[in-house]
Design a protein around this ligand. Structure first.
Ligand code: BG6
Length: 485
């Protein structure tokens, strides 16, 4: 680990992140109607026994306590998302004033606590009504409806919120589309639709950027991207080339849109050759490339690096998408993304993993920050980073999560090394402030500084307990990152 002698820059934002459906609960309270995540998570409960989003961490009822705990930790920012189906329950039309009031109360409480709110407009939870009406993100109609929703939220909060992120993790939505979007049975084999959804999201992202620039005095906006740098499995030139192909399709295909307004050529050509490229209508690229739609920063969700090797198209392999580990036992990941003739993802033998097979690689964060800053020269934020782990509430009523402290310590040091090499990193929001509902593994895979006392089957009272990492992070923030011990 690097020596961290000098403090993080003045004004650097320290906080953490969550998303609406993963923490709020109150899924049908005060006028909220279901989102696609309510439906997807009911199915996960049925199929795997993972908790539903009905109660989640019950943040809806505990938010004042949660903000007080964030203040106690010393947070200067907090990233959270708005549930579209709480404020416009049918996706379009009538605004639910009670839903808006919840977010006003939350933002007021944060501002009063000296914590800068960072709003994410969309984090996987499209109103279910829009899925029923026209298939959700599968239809272009969603772009127009998103615009009306985004305009409402940005207008409501423009005076108190200056930092905005648009859509969470388009790259991960493409990879794991059935977890992140409700995809009907008859569309499941049509993989072009993954990239069509992404194209609709690019249009929605561009519109949201324009709205922030138009409506928010001094507002800054960018996407929150799930990003994993790709290493070649070996130094063989064919593996190095495969890693570049993977980086083009998995990473630059998104960042080039945000900063250059273009689809990365090599990736787009590969998609066209395989019938996967999105249909682009006249005017779309003009909107995406409009200077007013250019991102001011890039928010990065970094958990792990990835590894790729050459995959000749010799007719023995088919296109596959990212695998998942549902069991929480190392090595039980269901497979690796494969694009014959372009690349195949694989396990990196050099790195240890979490129990869910995510590679642990602090240097990967440094590498990502250096690489992206050199490419685009725009400020970067870390809006997610963390260790999903089993936590134990011990008899002394504590959670001794030294493994999480170790993970975060090494990543903060890596981020500092990037800053010391000139990279402009403006915020660190690890995942997550409080324990929450994982997108793929229920509530036993925990990320928070604040323990939420519940199980997959029983939400109990969702009591909050400070973990050891809570006190450690408090010290890190107070010392401006110099005390990582
Ligand atoms: C990111 C998402 O992909 O990773 C979060 O933005 C998610 O919503 C986090 O919770 C961790 O993933 P998981 O599947 O462990 O919850």
């Amino acid at each position: 680990m690097a020596d961290v002698h000098t403090p993080f820059p003045e004004g650097f934002l320290w906080g953490a992140a969550t998303s609406a459906y993963q923490v709020e609960g109150a899924a049908t309270e005060d006028g909220k109607k279901p989102s696609q995540q309510d439906v997807i998570n009911q199915n996960s409960y049925r199929d795997f026994g993972f908790a539903t989003a009905e109660v989640a961490s019950d943040h809806y009822h505990h938010f004042r306590e949660d903000v007080a705990l964030m203040k106690e930790m010393g947070f200067t920012c907090y990233r959270f998302s708005i549930a579209w189906s709480r404020v416009i329950p049918d996706g379009t039309g009538e605004v639910n004033q009670a839903g808006l009031a919840f977010y006003h109360d939350l933002v007021d409480a944060l501002v009063e606590a000296g914590i800068e709110p960072i709003i994410t407009l969309y984090h996987y939870d499209l109103p279910w009504a829009l899925v029923e009406r026209y298939g959700g993100w599968l239809s272009r109609q969603v772009v127009e409806d998103f615009e009306a929703y985004a305009r409402l939220i940005i207008t409501e909060f423009k005076d108190q919120v200056k930092l905005w992120t648009t859509i969470n993790e388009q790259s991960i939505i493409v990879q794991y589309w059935t977890q992140k979007c409700y995809i009907p049975e008859d569309v499941l084999d049509d993989n072009q639709k993954r990239y069509q959804i992404n194209h609709h999201m690019n249009l929605a992202h561009a519109i949201a950027c324009k709205l922030v620039h138009e409506l928010v005095p001094d507002g800054l906006v960018g996407a929150a991207l799930g990003y994993a740098p790709v290493y070649p499995l070996t130094g063989k030139p064919a593996d190095v080339m495969a890693a570049q192909n993977a980086n083009d399709l998995r990473n630059l295909y998104y960042t080039d849109i945000y900063f250059k307004g273009i689809y990365t050529e090599s990736a787009q050509i590969y998609l066209e050759e395989h019938g996967l490229a999105p249909v682009i209508e006249p005017g779309d690229m003009e909107l995406i490339g409009d200077p007013a739609a250019t991102s001011d920063f890039l928010a990065l969700n970094y958990y792990a690096s990835e590894c790729a090797r050459a995959c000749p198209d010799d007719g023995t392999k088919e296109i596959r998408w990212g695998g998942v580990n549902r069991s929480g036992k190392k090595g039980e990941i269901s497979g690796f993304e494969t694009h014959p003739g372009f690349y195949e993802m694989c396990k990196n033998p050099e790195l240890d993993t979490t129990d869910w097979d995510w590679a642990i690689d602090p240097v990967g964060m440094e590498y990502m920050l250096r690489d992206l800053y050199a490419r685009y020269n725009k400020p970067l934020m870390i809006t997610e980073n963390g260790l999903g782990a089993y936590d134990t509430l011990t008899e002394d009523g504590k959670i001794h999560d030294d493994y999480r402290i170790d993970y975060l310590r090494q990543h903060i040091a890596a981020m500092k090394r990037a800053i010391d090499k000139g990279v402009e990193v403006i915020a660190y929001c690890p995942w997550s402030a409080v324990d929450l509902l994982s997108t793929s593994n229920g509530v036993k895979k925990r990320y928070g500084f604040i323990y939420v006392d519940r199980t997959d089957d029983d939400p109990k009272e969702c009591a909050r307990i400070r973990k050891d990492s809570f006190f450690w992070y408090q010290k890190v923030i107070a010392s401006r990152g110099t005390d990582l011990d």
